[in-house]
Design a protein around this ligand. Structure first.
Ligand code: GDD
Ligand code: MN
Length: 366
């Protein structure tokens, strides 16, 4: 039978902390139907045997992963291995006090995501070295525009309603799995519950500079996910710079200048061919940038490249036609008409790109 609550605990070499953790959870959740799922990455320190012994007395089990390492992917695997209605994630090292669990359980009655928070009234980051404080604050600030107003998006102590979270949409590479879940799921009601981050008594922290680098990468992906249209816009901006820069360079090539165009009885010299070349190069580089950033993780349709190029050509023609209509029949001044034409074109391109060139998110791979 599925439990009401699963407590997912990532653990790496935390043997000394497991027994007090399980006992304290049990004391504070005496009224709840819960299970503890410890996800251990083959620590080989006797954690497995210890949990087997504890399981005789407490609702606790352990998943030992032999071929995977990593805090976030451990959490994702733990969530996926259980079927309870609610999930709470917490660290194994007792820095997240189990006595706060009832507050989170209570908050989950009315909210679908609850962040354990050190930065709201009643909470505290505890005693930290100044350097660690600055890093944590800086990291928090960087997440400002994706964090749903949550004051402590760096916290690894949080709970949520399982039905709202699709584990296959989560990228388990980043270190901040709470933020990942918060950004990639459609929660209706997010709240915070205060706690005091307790200094580690036993074992040691696994935080490293590699992990901070991973956090920055995770941030970029989450921003791109949440503000996809802005990403598309930035790509378009970079493409315009490439287009103009290349055009300027090509104008120096004498052979290109000598190509003559006869159009409506007039000779047009030097600038059209360079512009065609620079526009094509910019379009191809836009396609590549959108592929690796804006639509990262999305399925590309068959013939995606051809689709993208034809989309660019058709919308270019349409853009000019629109400009003509706005000036001729809308009586708009040229400049204003161009602003509208560019804006409408931009939205049109974005919609075509996300529905016809790429399509829906493919499940993320570890
Ligand atoms: N399975 C598994 N695999 N667990 C891991 C791994 C791993 O590769 N790396 C770390 N853990 C477990 C640890 O055993 C611990 O239970 C928890 O993840 C947090 O790791 P710590 O090494 O204690 O990290 P920390 O104290 O620096 O960071 C914590 O504090 C942050 C708040 O500042 C983490 O909880 C963060 O999630 C939290 O946001
Ligand atoms: Mn810790």
């Amino acid at each position: 039978m599925a439990k009401a609550l699963s407590i997912v605990v990532p653990a790496y070499k935390e043997k000394e902390n497991i027994q007090p953790l399980v006992e304290r959870i049990n004391n504070s959740l005496s009224k709840t139907d819960y299970e503890i799922v410890i996800v251990d990455d083959n620590s080989g320190d006797g954690s497995e045997e210890l949990v087997a012994a504890l399981a005789k007395k407490y609702p606790v089990r352990i998943i030992v992963r032999k071929n995977k390492r990593g805090l976030s992917s451990a959490v994702v695997d733990g969530i996926a291995s259980s079927t309870s209605e609610n999930v709470i994630v917490m660290d194994a090292d007792l820095q997240h006090p189990p006595e706060v669990l009832p507050d989170i359980v209570k908050a989950l009655e009315n909210h679908d995501f609850v962040m354990g928070s050190r930065y709201i009234k009643g909470g505290s980051p505890g005693q930290w070295k100044l350097s660690r404080k600055i890093i944590s604050k800086g990291a928090t600030l960087l997440a400002l525009f994706i964090a749903h107003g949550v004051k402590d998006p760096m916290s690894g102590f949080f709970g949520f309603r399982r039905a709202v979270v699709d584990t296959s949409s989560l990228s388990p590479t980043g270190w901040k799995i709470g933020l990942e879940i918060l950004v990639r799921s459609k929660f209706k009601d997010v709240t915070e519950v205060p706690y005091t981050f307790v200094p580690r008594a036993r074992g040691e922290s696994k935080l490293s500079s590699r992990i901070m680098g991973e956090y920055l990468k995770q941030l970029m992906e989450l921003y791109s996910f949440k503000y996809q249209i802005l990403n598309f816009m930035v790509v378009g901006g970079i493409g315009t710079v490439i287009n103009l820069g290349l055009y300027w360079l090509l104008l120096f090539i004498p052979a290109l200048k000598e190509v003559q165009w006869n159009f409506l009885g007039k000779d047009h010299t030097n600038y059209v061919l360079p512009f065609i070349i620079s526009s094509l190069v910019a379009t191809v580089s836009n396609y590549l940038m959108n592929r690796v950033s804006t639509f990262k993780g999305w399925k590309e349709q068959k013939g995606g490249f051809t689709r993208y190029i034809s989309m660019a050509l058709v919308t270019l023609a349409l853009d000019n036609f629109l400009l003509f209509l706005l000036v001729r029949y809308g009586n708009l001044p040229y400049m204003l008409a161009a602003v509208f034409a560019i804006l409408i074109n931009f939205i049109l391109r974005y919609l075509i790109a996300r529905n016809w060139v790429w399509n829906k998110k493919a499940p993320l791979k570890a």
